[in-house]
Each structure stands twice: as structure tokens, then as C-alpha cells.
Design a protein around this ligand. Structure first.
Ligand code: GLU
Length: 366
């Protein structure tokens, strides 16, 4: 079933609607995550609560409700929040790693790749990434703004197959359940259209900034990137384990289409190759017959000027274009590592972005 799961926990789930963290409930959520982790699944936590926790930690000071006050709360609360995640995962012998992102980290291709590489490396080393927005420094222009949308970006970055949006509501209803007793839970949504959006209204829950509307936006992004999305109540018993086991809990938005196909279209869509590399016959065989990534050892020439994250063409010795993909190294780096073994990259450049030049997931064979 699911292998890589992003668990987004809203402030309302972490505080239980009170002004402070509900520690026993956090431990319970971690227990469920740890059980899945032990089955070999990759878990990513997208946590809210920094601002709420900071406010509580400082004793609810009477300060003007400005952006900088909230940033101050976030600075205090984030470290406290992180201590708690660290402590609770440690009960199960699991390491966590903090990543604080902003929109700027995912919009810019080079930074996107950097963030993605870090996230993948944490997961490869069985460390649970704990992610929040970098609220202490994020200004309006570079902010995602709510952790629903942030968790959708994280799902895309990590190529997750399930995004759990855990909140204080059991899911999406046909009407507002707080005011309408006839409201029915919708178990599955296949199309997020205007009618569905109208059901979400502008609802905002408690201390957090998101509501059903931002959850639908997030669901739309994540399912296009190939993840199933489930909105469910974070306080329902065993909610994480039950959803991962395939039980129908909350509202499910099935993934839209084959994510690899999507990525490939993205590599092609209106992207001009900024440069080319020429590869030898051995590398061509590795790509075509063995489904491998492109390594520096197989490259014989580099043309054009490109950055990390640019699309490049991959040519055979006779100049025929064989493939297209996203380069993890700049053209000037590549000039220096042409023909080298991957374990020589760092020695030569003084740094490295991994062993491959174009990863097979970022590659289309022509
Ligand atoms: N990043 C915010 C925080 O940690 C939460 C945003 C949200 O609740 O969506 O306080």
C-alpha cells in the first residue's frame, strides 16, 4: 500500500483546541507514526503550532498583534515544538530532523533541488523530517501562509504517496456540521470543482490559519503530484494507522494520475534545454537497458551554460539526442568532473550534490 506518508498536524490537533500543546495526544500520534515507521514506511511530519506554543510559553504577553510579534512567538515556539517532537520520537528510538521552509525554497529550481535532496537524504537514512514554515523570517512575499499548502508542497518534494491532513473536523461535509444537523460526511471526492469548493466555505479552525478551503487547495496540488489525500479528525482513535491500512476514514481524494508521467510532462513542458551533455556507449546502455541514472563517468563533453535544476539534452556520440533530464550539477561543475568516478566528485569540486548527474526519475528517454 502506501510507502511515503506526509502527516500534517494542525494547531487544533496538537492543542486539542486549548491554548497549549496536548502532550499525551502528541505522544499518541507519535506512537502511530512509529508503528508505521517500523513497518519500513517513510514518515514526514508537517507540524503547525509554533506561534501558538510561543504565545503560551511567554505567558500570553499583551503585545500589539503585528507580524513581528507573531514572528517572535514563532521563534520561541518552534524550538519548543521541536524539542517535543524530538523527545517523543526518541521514546521509540527514532531520530528527527527539522526543516523550516518558505515558498522561496520551492519556487526557485535550484533551491527546490536542494530542499528535495535534503528531504530525500533524511528519509534514506531513516530520519523523520519534521517540517514547518520558517515563520520567524518568512515575510508575506515569500510565505506559503498556511501549513495545508505547505504540506502539499512537501508531498510534491518528497514524492509521497499519501498526504494526511489531520484536523479538528472528521472530513468534508455536505453542509457545515456545526450548524446543520443534516450535514453528511463525504467519503470520497474525485473532482475538486466549484460545488465542492462552495462546501468548504471560508471555515477557519481555532488557532490555526487554515480551514477547509486551504485543505482543498492542498488536496488539489498533492493529488496532481501523485499522492492520495485524506482529510480526517486528528483525534479519532488510531486515525493514522487506520487510514494507512486502507480503512475509509474521513474524506479521501484519490491521486489524479501517474506521477512519473506528470513529472515527465513537467520536464518537457515549455522547457528549453539550456545545454547538452554527450555520453559514451556504456552510459547509453546503462540508461536504456538497465534503467540507471546518468553518472559523470559516462559523460564525454558538455556544451552550453546551465544551472543546477535546468533541463539539459543528453546526446550520443553521433550528436543524436537520446534523452532529456534535469541536471543536478551546473555546466561549469560538469566540465570539471567529466569522466570521473562518482566518488571523486567531492574531492574534485570540494563539494558534491550526490553521485548522479541526472537521476533516472528526472529523465525521459527519447
Ligand atoms: N506555521 C504556523 C505555525 O506553526 C501554522 C500555520 C497553520 O496553522 O497552517 O504556527
Amino acid at each position: 500500500m502506501y510507502q511515503r506518508i506526509v502527516v500534517k498536524l494542525g494547531t487544533s490537533v496538537l492543542t486539542g483546541g486549548t491554548p497549549q500543546l496536548d502532550h499525551p495526544h502528541m505522544v499518541e500520534l507519535v506512537r502511530q507514526c512509529a508503528a508505521l515507521y517500523r513497518q519500513g514506511k517513510d514518515i514526514i511530519i508537517c507540524t503547525s503550532g509554533a506561534i501558538a506554543v510561543g504565545r503560551h510559553r511567554l505567558g500570553f504577553p499583551d503585545l500589539p498583534n503585528t507580524v513581528t510579534t507573531k514572528q517572535m512567538f514563532a521563534a520561541v515556539g518552534q524550538s519548543r515544538l521541536m524539542q517535543m517532537w524530538e523527545r517523543y520520537f526518541e521514546i521509540y528510538g527514532i531520530h528527527v530532523g527539522q526543516m523550516l521552509l518558505t515558498r522561496a525554497d520551492v519556487n526557485n529550481r535550484k533551491r527546490y533541488l536542494n530542499a528535495r535532496d535534503t528531504l530525500q537524504t533524511l528519509l534514506e537514512n531513516r530520519i523523520v523530517p519534521v517540517i514547518n514554515e520558517n515563520d520567524a523570517v518568512a515575510t508575506e512575499e515569500i510565505k506559503v501562509g498556511d501549513n495545508d499548502n505547505l504540506s502539499a508542497l512537501v508531498s510534491t518534494l518528497s514524492e509521497a504517496d499519501l498526504l494526511l491532513l489531520l484536523t479538528d473536523q472528521p472530513g468534508l461535509f455536505t453542509a457545515d456540521p456545526r450548524t446543520n444537523p443534516d450535514a453528511q460526511l463525504i467519503p470520497e471526492v474525485n473532482k475538486i470543482d466549484e460545488t465542492v469548493k462552495a462546501l468548504a466555505g471560508g471555515s477557519v479552525s481555532g488557532l490555526g490559519v487554515g480551514g477547509m478551503a486551504t485543505k482543498l487547495q492542498a488536496a488539489d496540488v498533492a493529488r496532481r503530484a501523485g499522492a492520495d489525500v485524506v482529510i480526517a479528525a486528528g483525534r479519532a482513535p488510531n486515525v493514522i494507522e487506520r487510514i494507512v491500512a486502507g480503512e475509509s476514514v474521513g474524506t479521501r481524494f484519490p491521486a489524479l494520475e501517474n506521477p512519473l508521467e506528470n513529472r515527465k510532462r513537467w520536464i518537457f513542458a515549455g522547457r528549453k534545454a539550456r545545454g547538452c551533455v554527450v555520453i559514451d556507449a556504456g552510459a547509453a546502455r546503462a540508461l536504456f537497458e538497465n534503467g540507471r541514472s546518468l553518472l559523470p563517468a559516462g559523460i564525454t563533453a558538455v556544451t552550453g551554460t546551465f544551472e543546477r535544476g535546468d533541463t539539459i539534452c543528453i546526446e550520443g556520440a553521433n550528436g543524436q539526442e537520446l534523452a532529456r533530464g534535469i541536471s543536478r550539477y551546473t555546466s561549469s561543475d560538469l566540465q570539471k568532473i567529466i569522466g570521473l568516478r562518482s566518488d571523486q566528485i567531492e574531492e574534485r569540486l570540494g563539494y558534491g550534490y550526490g553521485t548522479v548527474v541526472v537521476h533516472r526519475n528526472d529523465l525521459i528517454l527519447l
